[in-house]
Design a protein around this ligand. Structure first.
Ligand code: EPU
Length: 337
């Protein structure tokens, strides 16, 4: 694919924000990344555009990762090792693994986006993070001009965090993830401790769910709570759930007894940003064309015709109100381009 000029990116971001790329190229294979013409800066590596706020035109090069491929790389007595190209649709890949009898990713069903972006912010839902199933990955390093291999340990996964974010590579476009290998253990146990999931399965009278049942339950919960980006443009959770010191959480809970709190392994406490936003009066409230979703206050939605500036205005207003009311700082999940 040659480099294209002045390409409209609105269809390539799930918030459907307007903006054009000065230069744009679809990447269909790892080998294409070695081309000298792709070394220009600024450069942005685009996946499914489901974690992106496009703030107007981008005067640089956008590389749209479309590397295909799904295959069983190998297996041992304990696990299957399954490889996927960065350009594969995440949800289709999850369903494909389940079809083949390799469970382990079902809790991450229906997450928008492509495989290559999943490790960058360590996508997670319903009690599972992708880092827990990742075996390793290969990425093209634009500076070293070679493929680099990363093990799961190298990736330094945290809550919505990884080496790729810690090094700022997701902003500088230094590293393009090409293929990802997942380790799917052969001993499978349903991970259904998340309250919404437990309730959904109970309502369907499923006491001993199979992997497919868990996937179906996750899909049902997501469809009930989260807007379909093709119907109502959004980028999923817009803010991280803030993680605060235990003393801060205790003081807040004292004042607000219904505040949901999730103790973390390091002694700190994760708070529910959706709850804070709802209590601050933003659930179902709009500022211009951008608001917070009526069924899940953590999801910012484009009601139609919004620009990146509109998104930033609503974001700042929500942050200010939550800060004033609870003294808690909300940080956005998406990347701003
Ligand atoms: N809540 C409210 N009001 C709201 C929304 C939520 O009070 O409007 C309360 C809920 O009642 C619950 C708590 O907040 O007590 C947590 O809500 P929920 O279970 O819906 O999950 P979340 O913390 O809002 C996180 C992830 C989601 C993931 C779900 C399920 C983040 C930033 N978000 O949302 O991930 O699907 O848990 O595991 O961690 C995403 O990152 O894009 C995403 C959708």
């Amino acid at each position: 694919m040659p480099i294209q000029h002045n390409v409209d990116l609105q269809a390539f971001n799930t918030l459907a924000l307007p903006g054009r790329a000065a230069r744009y190229r679809t990447i269909g294979s790892t080998a294409e990344l070695a081309a000298k013409s792709l070394t220009e800066q600024p450069r942005f590596i685009l996946g499914g555009g489901s974690n992106l706020v496009l703030d107007g035109d981008f005067d640089g090069l956008v590389l749209h990762m479309a590397i295909p491929g799904k295959r069983l790389l190998g297996e041992d007595s304990e696990a299957w090792y399954v490889e996927a190209g960065a350009g594969e649709n995440w949800h289709d890949f999850v369903l494909w693994t389940l079809d083949r009898g390799w469970p382990g990713l079902e809790n991450l069903s229906l997450i928008p986006g492509r495989v290559g972006a999943a490790p960058i912010q360590n996508i997670g839902a319903y009690g599972l993070e992708v880092g827990e199933r990742l075996h390793g990955l290969k990425a093209w390093d634009f500076e070293a001009r070679r493929i680099r291999e990363f093990t799961a340990g190298d990736c330094r996964f945290g809550y919505r965090d990884s080496l790729f974010k810690q090094e700022g590579w997701h902003l500088t476009g230094r590293m393009a993830i090409c293929t990802v290998v997942f380790r799917l253990p052969k001993v499978w146990q349903a991970n259904i401790r998340y309250a919404d999931l437990t309730q959904e399965l109970a309502s369907q009278h499923i006491a001993h769910p199979a992997p497919r049942d868990v996937a179906r339950a996750v899909i049902a919960v997501r469809q009930r709570k989260l807007p379909d980006p093709t119907q109502l443009p959004n980028s999923g959770s817009f803010f991280h759930n803030p993680v605060v010191d235990a003393v801060v959480a205790d003081a807040l809970a004292h004042k607000h007894p219904t505040l949901p709190r999730y103790p973390q392994a390091d002694g700190r406490v994760k708070l529910a940003a959706g709850w804070l936003i709802e209590q601050a009066g933003w659930k179902g409230k709009d500022l211009g064309p951008v608001g917070m979703y009526e069924k899940q206050a953590l999801v910012l939605v484009n009601r139609g015709g919004a620009t990146g500036s509109d998104v930033k205005r609503t974001m700042a207003a929500v942050q200010a109100d939550v800060q004033t009311r609870f003294g808690v700082t909300l940080t956005p999940e998406p990347i701003f381009l």
